[in-house]
Design a protein around this ligand. Structure first.
Ligand code: S3P
Length: 159
């Protein structure tokens, strides 16, 4: 099992797809899988049922994951200790992006419920999570100023 972790906009989905092609492991987008099971968009889940409900679904998803896959996680998966522990049975890859890279990619994004508020609120969330990503990771890949192909290649070499 390969878990890709990192802040929103760090490129988890793109890299997971490319890695899946290279490794022949199937690829799963965790947010999408949760949306399908719940029959609801993530942003509606946050609005209607609250963040904790969504976090419960993330933990449930990790617990029920049976097959060997490349999993693109949601950026907040590392918030729960239980999730960090569950991911330890596989290889956890942290796609590490600078704040500037994230801002460049997510400016104008209205789909993500936790990409909201002013810059300092967003930056605070980013800063608060850095240590958790590091803590959970087996492999850390810097993604700034690299193409998805370069990142995937580096990752394959380091797995
Ligand atoms: C979240 C990130 C999102 C999604 C949800 C919460 C977060 O996934 O799971 O909106 O807490 O960082 P992406 O990292 O794919 O944007």
């Amino acid at each position: 099992m390969i878990y890709l972790i990192g802040f929103m906009g760090s490129g988890k989905s793109t890299i997971a797809k490319m890695l899946s092609e290279k490794t022949n492991y199937p690829y799963i987008e965790m947010d999408q899988a949760i949306e399908e099971t719940e029959g609801m968009k993530i942003r509606d889940m946050f609005a209607g049922k609250g963040e904790q409900y969504f976090r419960d679904k993330e933990t449930e998803f990790l617990k029920n994951l049976k097959n060997d896959v490349v999993l693109s996680t949601g950026g907040g998966v590392i918030l729960r200790e239980e999730n960090r522990a569950l991911m330890q049975e596989g290889t956890v890859v942290y796609l590490k992006a600078e704040w500037e890279t994230i801002v460049e990619r997510l400016t104008g994004d209205t789909d993500r419920p936790l990409w909201k508020g002013d810059d300092s609120e967003k930056k605070k969330r980013f800063d608060e999570r850095l240590g958790l990503y590091e803590q959970a990771a087996d492999v850390v890949i810097d993604v700034d100023h690299k193409t998805p192909e370069e990142i995937t290649e580096e990752l394959v070499e380091r797995l």
